[in-house]
Design a protein around this ligand. Sequence first.
Ligand SMILES: Cc1cc2nc3c(=O)[nH]c(=O)nc-3n(C[C@H](O)[C@H](O)[C@H](O)COP(=O)(O)OP(=O)(O)OC[C@H]3O[C@@H](n4cnc5c(N)ncnc54)[C@H](O)[C@@H]3O)c2cc1C
Length: 514
Amino acid sequence: MKEFDIAYPIRHTPSEAELRQAAGRALGVRPERVAAVRIVRRSLDARGEILYRYRIQAAAPGETLEDYILPPYKDVRGAEPVIVIGGGPAGMFASLRLLMEGRRPVILERGKDVHARKADIAALNQQQRVNPESNYCFGEGGAGTFSDGKLFTRSSKRGDLREVLRQLVAFGASESILTDAHPHIGSDALPRIVERIRQCIVEHGGEYHFGEKVKGLRPFSDGLHRAWRVSCESGASYKARAVILATGHSSRDIYRYFASQGWPLGCKGFALGVRAEHPQSLINQIQYHGKFQPGMPAAEYALVEQVEGRGVFSFCMCPGGILVPSVTAPGEVVLNGMSNSMRNSPWANAGIVCSVEPGDVPDYDRYGVFALLEFQHSVEQAMYAFTASLRAPAQRLVDFCRKKDSQGLPRSSYQPGAVNAPLYELLPGFVYERLRVAFAAFDRKMKGYYTNDALVLGVESRTSSPVRIPRDPQTMCVPGLEGLYPCGEGAGYAGGITSSALDGILVAAAATTR
Ligand SMILES: Cc1cc2nc3c(=O)[nH]c(=O)nc-3n(C[C@H](O)[C@H](O)[C@H](O)COP(=O)(O)OP(=O)(O)OC[C@H]3O[C@@H](n4cnc5c(N)ncnc54)[C@H](O)[C@@H]3O)c2cc1C
């Protein structure tokens, strides 16, 4: 087997014959003697002529190309249950792995199924009505359902990404996610995929319970084994020897519950800042060096700058996307971004955030492990206090950096609306200063980025969890709490859809040993 790279102009999709020719050249054989050829990666290169670069695998005569085979799902009716709290990427992929292992997932999800959830999200955007159980973070598919659906993970140590991507394709995602260097699905396609995952789990004997907000977890002995009784606000309770806790970074009540039980928790650094929204045409102009043409993918960007020893970086960039209110309770303003599969809105948005560590907020020391959670919440409340609504305090970018009030705001994709505000005053001083320095530096990396045609809006604060639930690296359980498996972004072991899904798989494999 040989791996090699080839490149073609962006509008040209290589044919099978062209791939065979290239493979023949690489292997030193005639094209018809190439046993197999396939594209394993495709990445856009806009440095000179706009190209797609392809990584190709080719098999010489007598060889084969090894394929990844997804393990089959078993029928788990009557099998030992595992309770999975939270139906986000971590909970869903943990459940799918449980099916593969012959265990019966029982998913308890506080939110609604994806269709009912859509109505709550419409009410949030249009009437500013916040349903604390059904919003951009809570409900079927978790925070990943109405998102850009980017599928990157920086670490390959977390597990085999193919298990996640192959399943997403099997449930309806485009095959391009298997090869694209920066794969994404889009919020128009994700709900259907999430629904099919549920149907698969239920068809194989698993259970889904919506509207089941978990409020208590009690260990008990069933005579032979230690087990868990999980109680919900509805009054229902469920029992199992293993419980996977995959409640996401916004489930503050779960952290409070842990603290009330005296169970271990840790404070964890996270990142906070603003959402920057530029015209997508400007980002295309910059990233394609003036060579953008209709039909080319909306340009992305990733920026990072060290300021005072702390990283300031772009987060969850959404090309051709829109801004959304990702609040989970009344009285707060929180922004995030999402895109559809075509990424064809006129805007490009990204979180521009700086790392925040406990040492940055000494005034919050009194909150112990909740220091950063309280800090996070206080900034979200400060934004709300200014607008007294879900509208976001906003400024033009250059004005923000110069501490100058803006004269009118450009149009924004944020449906609840933007309010002209001294955002430079509303953000914590150290956050503002780091962002200010970074924005100017970003213009050196992307000439034209630093412009008053861009809007900055507050606040991007749900980048990751500000609390960690410790887990034993051997058993994957909370130390001292046998059978309780913290998992995904909320437990502090993942950030993003794919890493949360991979963590779910890892934890499910551990849970089946009980
Ligand atoms: C608008 C938006 C856009 C995003 N875009 C991207 C992107 O493009 N790419 C990317 O990689 N990441 C993106 N993210 C982040 C990504 O969605 C999360 O990292 C990921 O969903 C975390 O997965 P999780 O399963 O650990 O937690 P979550 O997805 O947060 O799921 C947790 C689930 O637990 C449920 N739950 C919480 N508490 C309880 C309880 N007490 N009882 C029962 N159920 C409970 C919640 O309702 C929720 O469904 C985005 C997030 C948002 C909000």
